[in-house]
Design a protein around this ligand. Structure first.
Ligand code: AHR
Length: 502
């Protein structure tokens, strides 16, 4: 099988916003407790943060981490997580049927972000609370001093303001599972008033309003139209979420799900444009895809906790163990965001540690990299710059959701400095290699720097604490630039990062 690609230096889609390589930490399961925070762990620092986890997060260079939820935020009192630890209340988290002693709150999280080389993207509670809690929260975080809330922060030991500039106005408010779920109209009105108040405090904040929690929601896409009708003038981004699952054990259907993702982005972009036109607005609202990942491996085992009456502390929840097949899916999701760089300006892999996450830990034991750590790492490292349009002439297959899914899935990025070109390529074919060739118009001096590849004879192969290097990338040879074209053979079911200097 052959696939011929054409790119041209001047045929660009858009600058890629670095924030598409952001991530997410929720007070859920062991993401915080025994994930990033475990006082007494052999690698813990003076603040109780695990050093092994910090090292792995730092390497990912993830620009923002969304916090504290997720579903959790919709019944969260941010005040519970500040002040002396010994007087913080233990609360029942209704979203995940868990107890939380609030030993980590916003101040500790901001400290952790600094150590991890990232920045906070905070969410306010628009489920059980609203405008007042949100305006107090932003004042507590960002005002230098001389007011009630900012002086309280200073009294708590954080003299300098946190200067958090990116805020989510609630989470998945379209979902009936959400504490304080609202209709689009109710949410739109509340989100608008909350956003207005937050902007009255600081004009320069960037605000993310809730879109649909999935394109399968019965309220999609009316939800987006109604919410934006209320909020278009005061928000910057519309939040979308999508999770991927191979519940039918059908690899080709599973890998075709990124077509749904692409259509979702396309449809929502249409709704944004419609409201922009309706309001005769000059302003652009863009997409914050602030939850995405594979999520299904742990569904069965989670039922015990989610349907039980135990209210455990930091339970093993949503601990998906990712396999090699998921590498291909995560690689294709990231390719989709790069190809849609004109619309998607923020994306957060959900989540970062232990909970549907690229990094896993054992309490009192090691941390290790899941299979999906690698495609996220490579996209974050080499996927910054300009997204180039690639025309693909290659074979397709019929899947449940589309009749012409390309076997070859790719994105192409020219680095910010312009001196490097990276192809992120997935061959979705189950059994056949692809003879890959790409014309490199406008790049006369191109040469191959490195071809990184992930393949595995077993699609279901995983990494574990005992065997952390079962599924890892390797460097392969045989990839060349010849007669102005990049050429190589892509093995069946392979994820590839081909780096050129140009
Ligand atoms: O990331 C796990 C959960 O998925 C989040 O809490 C929620 O926003 C979504 O439904």
């Amino acid at each position: 099988m052959k696939a011929n690609v054409t790119i041209h230096r001047d045929f660009t889609i858009s600058q890629i916003d670095d924030r598409v390589y952001s991530s997410f930490l929720e007070h859920l399961g062991r993401a915080i407790y025994t994930g990033i925070y475990e006082p007494g762990h052999a690698t813990a620092d003076a603040d109780g943060f695990r050093g092994d986890v910090l090292d792995m997060v730092r390497a990912l260079n993830t620009p923002y981490v969304r916090y504290p939820g997720g579903n959790f935020v919709s019944a969260y009192n941010w005040e519970d997580g500040v002040g002396p630890r010994e007087s913080r209340p233990t609360r029942l988290d209704l979203a995940w049927r868990t107890r939380d002693n609030n030993h980590i709150g916003v101040n500790e999280f901001v400290d952790w972000c600094k150590k991890a080389g990232t920045k906070p993207m905070l969410a306010v509670n628009l489920g059980s609370r609203g405008l007042d809690a949100a305006r107090n929260f932003i004042e507590y975080c960002n005002h230098p001093g001389g007011s009630y809330w900012s002086d309280l922060r200073r009294q708590h030991g954080w003299k300098e303001p946190h200067n958090v500039k990116l805020w989510c106005i609630g989470n998945e408010m379209d979902g009936p599972w959400q504490v304080g779920h609202k209709s689009a109209d109710e949410y739109g009105k509340l989100a608008n008033e909350t956003a207005k108040a937050m902007r009255l405090f600081d004009k320069s904040v960037e605000l993310v309003v809730c879109g649909s929690s999935s394109s399968n929601m019965p309220t999609f896409p009316d939800w987006e139209a109604t919410v934006l009708d209320h909020t278009y003038d005061v928000v910057d981004h519309l939040s979308l979420h999508m999770y991927f699952a191979n519940k039918e054990h059908n690899t080709l259907n599973y890998l075709a799900q990124t077509e749904t993702l692409d259509r979702y982005i396309q449809s929502v972009s249409g709704v944004i444009d419609y409201i922009k036109a309706k309001k005769r607005s000059k302003k652009n609202v863009t997409i914050s895809f602030d939850e995405w990942n594979v999520w299904y491996h742990s569904n069965e085992q989670d039922k015990k906790i989610l349907e039980g009456d135990d209210w455990p502390d930091a339970p093993h929840l949503l601990e998906d163990i990712y396999n090699f097949e998921d590498v291909l899916q995560v690689g294709s999701v990231l390719n989709t965001f790069i190809r849609r760089a004109d619309r998607v300006k923020i994306a957060c892999i959900a989540q970062l540690v232990n909970v549907i996450a690229p990094i896993m830990t054992e309490a009192g034991g090691p941390a290790w990299k899941q299979t999906i750590y690698y495609p996220f790492l490579f996209a974050s490292l080499y996927g910054r710059g300009t997204s180039l349009r690639a025309v693909v002439d290659g074979p397709t297959y019929k899947a449940d959701i589309a009749s012409d899914v390309p076997y070859l899935d790719l994105s192409v990025v020219r680095s910010t400095g312009g001196d490097a070109l990276t192809f992120f390529v997935v061959n979705r074919h189950l059994t056949e290699s692809l003879d890959f060739s790409s014309a490199l118009n406008g790049f006369p001096a191109a040469r191959v720097v490195e071809h990184i590849q992930m393949t595995h004879p077993d699609l279901k192969a995983v990494n574990s604490a005992a065997n952390p290097d079962n599924v890892v990338p390797k460097t392969v040879g045989g990839t060349m630039v010849e007669d102005g074209a990049l050429r190589c053979k892509l093995p069946p079911l392979s994820y590839n990062v081909i780096r050129l200097s140009v």
